[in-house]
Design a protein around this ligand. Structure first.
Ligand code: SF4
Length: 392
């Protein structure tokens, strides 16, 4: 069993996670490109709980018996699930695989007062960590981001979550229109004052197909340019590190030992099953790493599960080279970097020493002892380009 604390930091085994996707939201945020849907009639939660149970059993048949290292209920807005729905899903996970006591069980929650009322029920159901979508600590920006809560509700939800759950994280979005470094520093320091031991800090990005994409293209608002965003990123690293919450991943900060076990499984290139509309999975089947991708539309997904036991409509078996590329892409997001030997085993060759020395001279990557390689702060800002260069 992997408990929180220093043991976890030392344990670099990638793990086996279970991800459950709850695809519904009370409203669609204008920047969001996740698989989330708004329904104006009540969602039939019992039907979805049954479909999750069915798809979990199908996944179990594919993975065989395994020991689960973390469970994550993401979305969408999982805090719209009734505690009984969450309980039924967690029981179904335990019916299919070994779930050691005390493993990390995270639920993403929005901090509206209605959702906070369910926190005790989630704790009773087995959730021991919540990740709150706070996003901003100023009401004007919360309205701009289309959020349904205000700062007062967010702070109330944080306080309640700290009382109820052993572990808590919350998200903020920065590099918002007109946000100065001084304003971000003050907001971040305020957030750290309320934080427990984990914060996720994302830059506002404009995704195609979202309302923000059209508004941004029409110049209805302007976000910080690349240089300003890079300065805000560097400031974020400085402030969080100074307060004992250093980045362990490009956007995630924790006190040592409080890192998200589930997300580390993704970044350390572990295995996970994904269940629910639009969920992705990656696990070893017949000796090969297999990708699963589920139908995105919730009702269509449920129909498929009812008809044939699963809603998987896409995926592939990865080649060794594809596995090596993914390993690089995920692992270099981490402050601990990648294990060079594991890369070599996957790729069948080591990284090019010529490219490595150029990137090192440019200050974008750095060795960690003899066995590992990490991206520097400058490298994290241009990580996609660094990975593309190394993977060639
Ligand atoms: S609450 Fe989260 S998942 Fe739902 S629309 Fe907003 S950002 Fe997207």
């Amino acid at each position: 069993m992997i408990e929180t604390g220093q043991t976890m930091l030392l344990d670099r085994s990638p793990g086996f996670g279970v991800y459950i996707h709850w695809p519904f939201c009370a409203a669609k945020c204008p920047y969001c490109d996740f698989n989330s849907h708004v329904r104006h009639q009540l969602v039939d939660q019992e039907r979805f709980a049954r479909a999750f149970e069915t798809e979990l059993a199908t996944m179990r048949a594919r993975t065989g018996p395994r020991e689960v290292t973390s469970i994550f209920l993401g979305g969408g807005t999982p805090s719209l699930m009734k505690p009984e729905t969450v309980g039924a899903v967690l029981e179904a996970v335990a019916k299919n695989w070994t779930v050691p006591a005390g493993i990390e069980v995270t639920l993403e929650a929005n901090p509206s007062s209605v959702e906070a009322e369910r926190f005790r029920g989630y704790r009773t159901a087995g959730v021991n960590r919540v990740s709150l979508g706070v996003q901003a600590l100023n009401d004007k920006d919360l309205r701009f981001l289309g959020r349904l809560h205000n700062v007062e509700e967010a702070l109330h939800a944080i306080g309640l979550a700290r009382d109820i759950f052993p572990r808590l994280s919350f998200d903020l979005i920065y590099a918002r229109p007109g946000q100065t470094p001084e304003a971000w520093r003050a907001e971040l320091e305020q957030a750290i004052g309320h934080a427990a031991d984990h914060l996720s800090l994302y830059q506002l990005t404009i995704e195609e197909g979202t309302p923000f994409h059209a508004l941004h293209a029409a110049r209805k608002f302007v976000i910080p340019d690349n240089d300003q965003a890079a300065d805000l990123y560097a400031l974020t690293q400085e402030v969080t590190a100074a307060h004992g919450l250093p980045a362990y991943e490009i956007s995630n900060h924790a006190r040592p030992g409080a890192e998200s076990r589930h997300n580390l499984t993704y970044w350390r290139y572990g295995e996970y099953v994904g269940v629910g509309p639009g969920a992705h999975g990656r696990f070893v089947e017949n000796g090969r790493r297999t990708v699963t991708v589920a139908e995105k539309m919730p009702e269509t997904w449920a129909n498929l599960v009812e008809a044939r036991g699963h809603g998987v409509t896409g995926g592939e078996v990865l080649t060794r080279a594809e596995e090596a590329d993914e390993f690089l892409l995920m692992g270099l997001r981490l402050a601990e970097g990648i294990d060079l030997q594991r890369y070599e085993t996957l790729a069948g060759r080591g990284l090019s020493t010529a490219r490595l020395s150029v990137l090192q001279e440019e200050g974008l990557v750095a060795p960690v002892g003899n066995a590992r390689l990490r991206a520097t702060t400058a490298g994290m800002i241009v990580l996609d380009a660094v990975v593309a260069d190394l993977a060639r």
